[in-house]
Ligand binder design. Structure first.
Ligand code: NAD
Ligand code: TYD
Length: 340
């Protein structure tokens, strides 16, 4: 099979490329990535010389480029990870989220139809369901929960999901969608909460916690997300949505405290700062469908996955130090300058 992975130079796409290239030597993995601020070819170093791997630089929203690529490569499967993915950036600059996340998706869907792709998989997020109240721990997102977004990021992802389902109904495009909870693990860009805490704590810098830090996220190790996507693409039913999550809910304060204690750093590094606008309170996934229908079970709990992840950042300082020494400095100043 020839598989197009878009956004494979980012966090989850990069982990997925590693997983697929090693697991399926008989398949060809083509990684299409624009290399925005979030894309990093260093992440692909372990696989770049493998015969079943190829990198192509380009924009999923560039119609001519995408159609030329599909015509030339004749993909069997398309898995779309490429996206603008950070909520805080979407609050500062929503437009690029529409461009990449919505127009990029419809461009890929058009190309998938034009060139007879056998499966189009959309990597989506639990954020499309909006948030849950903090005082109702009995509530979870199921695949039937209505889309009810809060941020420009989640709105762009929900729009993309609606187009994916519309293409299935209207044109019969063979699609699947996965909606996963918050991921953590190796190669995550340090603008996201967990690598931000690790990298700043290791440099004895203040850790910005939005508001009181009582918001809850449901954390899944990226490896388990990769396994779920592979299963859905191979065995999932066309036209279906699958929620992915491992029941690992933590408040943001619990996360910071866990990481600081694992690193032997003081809690005095925590600084409560102005809250994120429209900050979602709680995300919590019910993964019963993917477990029942596809037999998926997470391998890692938060308690086993987080020490491994901290260790990875300790062992791979060069990877993230290269990032935070560059334009990230200006990003940090812009986002946190008047907060910290
Ligand atoms: P990321 O920001 O780390 O990586 C995104 C990648 O997409 C980067 O390599 C970037 O260069 C590339 N890209 C951006 N615009 C592009 C364009 N126009 N054309 C081609 N490539 C482009 O993101 P991530 O955290 O790895 O997320 C990957 C996907 O998973 C996204 O669709 C996101 O919505 C979804 N998701 C993320 C999480 C999470 O916790 N990070 C959870 C659930 C779902
Ligand atoms: P993030 O990693 O941005 O993921 P998402 O917003 O998509 O869930 O943030 C995770 C949680 O951490 C979220 O509740 C916001 C909070 N947060 C902070 O408190 N401080 C920060 O500097 C960042 C980036 C996030």
């Amino acid at each position: 099979m020839k598989i197009l992975v878009t956004g494979g130079a980012g966090f989850i796409g990069g982990n997925f490329v590693h997983y697929m290239v090693n697991k399926y030597p008989e398949d060809m993995i083509v990684n299409l990535d624009l290399l925005t601020y979030a894309g990093n070819l260093e992440t692909l170093k372990p696989v770049e010389d493998k015969p079943n791997y190829k990198f192509v630089r380009g924009d999923i929203a560039d119609r001519r480029f995408v159609f030329d690529l599909f015509e030339k490569e004749k993909f069997d499967v398309v898995i779309n990870f490429a996206a603008e993915s950070h909520v805080d950036r979407s609050i500062k600059n929503p437009e690029i989220f529409v461009q990449t996340n919505v127009l990029g998706t419809t461009t890929l869907l058009d190309a998938a139809n034009a060139f007879g792709v056998k499966r189009y998989h959309q990597v989506s997020t639990d954020e499309v369901y909006g948030d849950l109240p903090l005082d109702r721990p009995d509530l979870f997102f199921t695949e039937e929960t209505p889309l009810h977004t809060s941020s420009p990021y989640s709105s762009s992802k929900a729009s993309a999901d609606l187009f994916v389902m519309a293409y299935h109904r209207t044109f019969g495009t063979p699609v699947t969608i996965s909606r996963c909870s918050n991921n953590y693990g190796p190669y995550q860009f340090p603008e996201k909460f967990i690598p931000l805490i690790i990298s700043r704590a290791m440099n004895d810098e203040k850790i910005p916690v939005y508001g009181e830090g009582l918001n809850v996220r449901d954390w899944l190790h990226v490896y388990d997300h990769c396994v779920a996507i592979d299963l859905i693409v191979r065995n999932g039913k066309v036209g279906e949505v699958y929620n992915v999550g491992g029941h690992n809910e933590r408040t943001n304060m619990q996360i910071v405290e866990t990481v600081l204690s694992a690193l032997g750093k003081p809690l005095s590094l925590i600084e409560h700062v102005a809250d994120r606008k429209g900050h979602d309170r709680r995300y919590a996934i019910d993964p019963a469908k993917i477990t029942r229908e596809l037999g998926w079970q997470p391998k890692y709990s938060f308690d086993t996955g987080i020490p491994m992840t901290i260790d990875w950042y300790l062992q791979n300082k060069e990877w993230w130090e290269n990032i935070i020494s560059g334009e990230y400095q200006q990003y940090f100043e812009k986002m946190y300058g008047d907060r910290l």
